[in-house]
Design a protein around this ligand. Structure first.
Ligand code: ADP
Length: 500
């Protein structure tokens, strides 16, 4: 027992990567010597002072981790020394040595900031135990300080902005990158309301949402926001991620928001879209002209054709039509991505639009013996939208339903109201979509590849155009599908977007 106790102080001294500096302040030479010898043996660096004044002078000159302080000394009392040390060197641990360890004394010294006390006479073992406890305490404090400083350096050198608030939306931490992003030159923002520095309502709303997130949910709130500056400085686009932080009982203590400047990425994306649009635009006119000339030849206006020649020209004409469709889709995607397409909005009667589109596709459906009908629901259902866009949505969904249905199927198109939403539905009895592909069909260039769809031409862009248009109108699109039974696409527009 004794040996293991004895070893434990040695271990603590070795564990700490510094040599603990101990000062013994005691007028009794016997105690000074005993403490010094024992603690030296244990690996501590020990110095002594025979009175309070000398002790304080030594503490002023260099840092001590632990002070063993006698309470009863001639001249300056131990309590006075303790008060002074705690006021000027709060990190120093003070262990009080007292000849009469009464309860009142212990309480008073503890109140003044003593870490522990030793009652005279004490055994070497008692001294070892109290010193190793103090070293343990210093080590914990050091670990916390090291961790804090590491975090501070990390957060301050991050190129991403970091903002932390408490649950009253007061700033608890704001790193230099964040302050630069919002163009804030003020040095001390800590403790101020976040709304004093951030005016963007979406961002304030995200922080609010994070702070009020229910206990059972831990979700990251993400969005892209644009920060504008009053001076000539260009706007910047920031990818924002906001999450709550909690205590052990899962109470929200505040929010952490990370800001990533994505202006350059967005610019590159825009350049890429512009380039694609430019190429698509440039190839569309020559393709149309080739197609027209092929048709002239195919119609026999340039002389008689053999069956074989007709077949070859027909195949070429079909391939060129596919290429024209691809360039049209690429142009549409480009327009949607640059936000150009749906700026002009008007009140549209969805019932009318559906009727027109169904009429337009009737012949194409009939050529495959497909029954194309509208379901009678409301007389009118109004949507505030862009006519070309909504027509394109209907046209894409109906033409897909025809293309992905075998001969002799049925397609139904209708609009109705459901849960405060205006809903457009296009349902078919066609090939259906494999379950595993459902989550991808709205991705750009995605096509279901199996033996039933391989021979059907397409670009894989139609549904991604549909989704972009729907989202630009604040709507959502859903699909239900079963292989060989058919598919049903439903588009929901929120109440704000439509009137009845
Ligand atoms: P495309 O039709 O040009 O390939 P889309 O983006 O319009 O591109 O559609 C993506 C894929 O989703 C299609 O390749 C097809 O496999 C599948 N799909 C779309 N609509 C239907 C439908 N009504 N029935 C079955 N599959 C469909």
């Amino acid at each position: 027992m004794n040996n293991s106790r004895k070893d434990s102080l040695k271990t603590s001294v070795k564990d700490v990567f510094f040599q603990p500096r101990v000062l013994v302040v005691d007028d009794e030479v016997r105690i000074q010597k005993a403490c010094q010898r024992l603690l030296n043996e244990e690996g501590c660096d020990v110095e002594v002072a025979e009175n309070g004044i000398k002790g304080l002078k030594m503490i002023e000159e260099k840092h001590f981790d632990i002070i063993l302080l006698d309470l009863m000394m001639p001249g300056m009392s131990g309590i006075e020394v303790l008060t002074d040390v705690k006021a000027h060197h709060p990190d120093t641990v003070v262990i009080v040595i007292t000849g009469y360890a009464t309860l009142e004394h212990s309480i008073e010294t503890m109140k003044k900031g003593a870490f522990d006390f030793l009652a005279k006479p004490f055994s070497p073992q008692e001294l070892r135990i109290v010193i190793s406890k103090a070293i343990e305490f210093i080590r914990t404090l050091q670990d916390i300080a090291t961790e804090k400083s590491r975090m501070r350096v990390m957060i301050n050198t991050l190129s991403n902005g970091v903002l932390t608030t408490d649950n009253q939306k007061r700033i608890a931490l704001a790193n230099p990158a964040f302050l630069k992003m919002i163009g804030c030159r003020q040095k001390s923002v800590i403790g101020h309301k976040v709304s004093e520095f951030i005016k963007d309502s979406r961002l304030l709303d995200m922080i609010d949402q994070a702070i009020h997130q229910p206990k059972d949910i831990f979700a990251e709130i993400t969005d892209d926001i644009t920060i504008t500056f009053p001076e000539e400085k260009d706007d910047i686009i920031i990818g924002v991620r906001c999450i709550p932080f909690r205590d052990r009982l899962k109470r929200n203590l505040g929010s952490v928001t990370v800001f990533h400047d994505i202006t350059a990425l967005k610019k590159i994306d825009q350049l890429k879209s512009n380039f694609i649009s430019m190429v698509a635009h440039e190839i569309k006119s020559p393709l149309n002209s080739i197609l027209m000339q092929l048709n002239v030849v195919l119609d026999g206006l340039a002389g008689e054709l053999t069956e074989k020649q007709k077949e070859i020209l027909q195949k070429s004409s079909n391939r060129i039509k596919s290429l024209t469709a691809l360039s049209t889709d690429l142009l549409d995607i480009g327009k949607i991505e640059s936000g150009l397409i749906n700026q002009e909005r008007e009140e549209l009667n969805l019932i009318e639009l559906i009727k027109d589109q169904v009429e337009f596709y009737r012949d194409q459906a009939s050529s495959k013996s497909i029954q194309l009908i509208t379901k009678k629901t409301l007389k009118e259902l109004w949507l505030m939208g862009n006519r070309t866009n909504i027509e394109e949505v209907l046209s894409n969904l109906i033409s897909n339903a025809i293309r992905y249905s075998p001969n002799g199927g049925k397609i139904t198109v209708w609009a109705n109201k459901k849960n405060d939403c205006a809903v457009i539905n296009v349902s078919d009895t066609g090939l259906g979509i494999p379950q595993k592909d459902l989550e991808h069909i709205f991705d750009k260039f995605f096509r279901v590849k199996d033996k039933t769809t391989r021979h059907i031409n397409g670009t894989g862009l139609g549904l991604s155009i549909v989704k972009s248009i729907v989202e630009a109108h604040h709507g959502t699109i859903e699909v239900e599908s079963e292989i060989d039974k058919g598919s049903c696409f439903s588009i929901y527009f929120p109440k704000l977007e439509y009137k009845i």
